[in-house]
Design a protein around this ligand. Structure first.
Ligand SMILES: C[S@@+](CC[C@H](N)C(=O)[O-])C[C@H]1O[C@@H](n2cnc3c(N)ncnc32)[C@H](O)[C@@H]1O
Length: 202
């Protein structure tokens, strides 16, 4: 099973969400792509952070497209059910666990329906260099690009650039630097995290 956990890289995700919420204010469709989502912990963390930071009306317009190559067909059923083992949720902030999960069975917790409904899983290979869609307000791709060759990384980041709406945001992990070949396509929004805004109104 891919290594991940709820609230991983929280500083990066919080910073990204703090930019995306005002950027998407008033929109009827807010599209987010979580690329390389593993079993959904990151996509659901994003959904919870958006729930904490936007009103109920805007939250209902949020669609988080969670994708992964999912070679063993394991992630889809977990994400769709929203059920996680106690060991996976016990390090979460207790307030968030109480608010967004229900203890449905001994040792099992299920994400609350309003949050579950915001996340949609699909299998997708980033190395196809074909995006799952266009007009995303934010793309998150963390702890995935490091597995690719440098030239593949450049092509994937270019694909993300094409898929973002004008002024949309791209977030990656702290140790993943923007390739020199694509640096001109984005502006880094803060020196504190690898969060970028699509440059030039394209
Ligand atoms: C370490 S996990 C990262 C999970 C999460 N993004 C995080 O930061 O915690 C890496 C994920 O990338 C996925 N992955 C690897 N190659 C991929 C590809 N070519 N296309 C899509 N996903 C891929 C793996 O299946 C795995 O779930």
């Amino acid at each position: 099973m891919a290594f991940t956990y709820f609230f991983r890289d929280l500083q990066t995700l919080e910073l990204a969400v703090s930019h995306v919420v005002p950027y998407t204010a008033g929109r009827s469709h807010i599209r987010v792509w979580d690329a390389g989502c593993a079993a959904g912990q990151e996509a659901y963390t994003l959904a919870m952070l958006f729930a904490e930071n936007m009103g109920n009306f805007a939250f209902k317009n949020l669609h988080i497209h969670a994708t992964d190559i999912d070679e063993c067909d394991l992630f889809g059923p977990i994400i769709n059910s929203g059920v996680y083992k106690e060991e996976e949720v016990k390090r979460m902030p207790p307030k968030m666990l109480d608010k967004y999960f229900k203890n449905t069975e001994p040792g099992e917790f299920r994400i609350e329906e309003n949050v579950r409904n915001r996340v949609l899983f699909a299998k997708h290979d980033l190395l196809s260099f074909e995006p799952i869609g266009q007009g995303f307000s934010m793309i998150v791709c963390k702890n995935v690009l490091l597995h690719f060759q440098p030239a593949e990384r450049v092509e994937v980041v270019k694909m993300f650039h094409r898929s973002l709406a004008p002024g949309g945001y791209f977030a990656t992990e702290q140790t993943q630097k923007m390739p020199a070949e694509t640096a001109g396509l984005f502006e880094q929004v803060s020196s504190e995290a690898q969060v970028f805004r699509k440059a030039g109104g394209l």
